[in-house]
Structures are given as structure tokens and as C-alpha cells.
Design a protein around this ligand. Sequence first.
Ligand code: ZN
Length: 189
Amino acid sequence: MGNGQSCKIVGIGDVCLETELGCKLLLKKVRHVPEIRLNLISTGQLDDEGYSNEFSNGRWKLSKGLLIVARGQKTDTLYRLRARHNSGQINVVEDYPIELWHRRLGHISEKGIQILARKQSLPVKGMYLSTCDHCLAGKQRRVSFVRSRLSRCDHILDLVHTDVCFMSDRSLGGALYFVTFIDDHSRKV
Ligand SMILES: [Zn+2]
């Protein structure tokens, strides 16, 4: 069933699926492999959980007692199951490192992760964040521009700077341009 590639398993947990027939199918000890393109369900494990698999005429039927839980069709060598993933019901057993959550959640602060971990929203390993190069780079400041003119005019309205500015979107009044007047002494606009 696999394609011979070695994929990294990053978590083992339970996943709840809702089949096309509206039945809930709880899969236990699911290996979460982010790189994998197909999700494979072990019929042997379903058997262990008391489900009956029936394969015939290019069709597959899964039942438990008298209840038909799911149906599927054969595609190539696999029998397909169409089901919705109830994402709220994943119970990941393995915790992820705090650095991974930091990057996944848009470089969230250490405190932010700790709050989420306390609410049990995140399966996180470790509470203290190591130095993040991207965050450090983001906090660095540019060298300020050198002032070209150190002195200002002595009195109001001695010198007024003016500029015509273009706007890509029209204003509510329909204008596309506006003019600014900046008094050199007071810097009032
Ligand atoms: Zn960061």
C-alpha cells in the first residue's frame, strides 16, 4: 500500500470520520504523516474493532452488526471511502515542540503559546522558546536617514512646502488628487 518512500510520522492519535451514510467512524492509533497524499485505513484494524468488511463486484461495504457504516467503490487496487473529517475530534497523543508551534502560528509569542497550552488547545512540548532568527531579524531597525537640513525657518509661513498627491482609489467625493501644505517652521500640515 505504501509507495516505498520513507515518510516521517509526527503523531499518533485518534481520528473521527463521518461517512457519506452519516455514521461516525472512529479510527484509533492513526499515524499522522504530513507528506502522505493518500490516507489509508487498515481493514485488519477495523476487523479488530468489530467491523465487517465485504469486498465484491468492485464495491466495498463496512458494517458493524446490522448497521452499514460505510460504502465505497474500487479504484485501481484500492477501495475508496468518502468521508468527512471531524477536525474537532482529533486527539493527538504526541506533543509538538514549542518552536514548531511558534512558526506555525505566525511567530506567536512565548506567552501566547503558554496561554494556549494552559487552555489545552495545543499539544506542546516545552514551555520556553529558544531564540528565533526570523523574529530577531524582524525586530531589527534601520539606520535613520541623515537630516539634509538642520535648521528650520524662524517664523511661521516663511516657507511652505507643497505637494500634489495621487490616490489610486477615488475619495468619497470623487477626487483623485489632494494637495498638502506644510509650514516649515511649525511643521503643521
Ligand atoms: Zn519567530
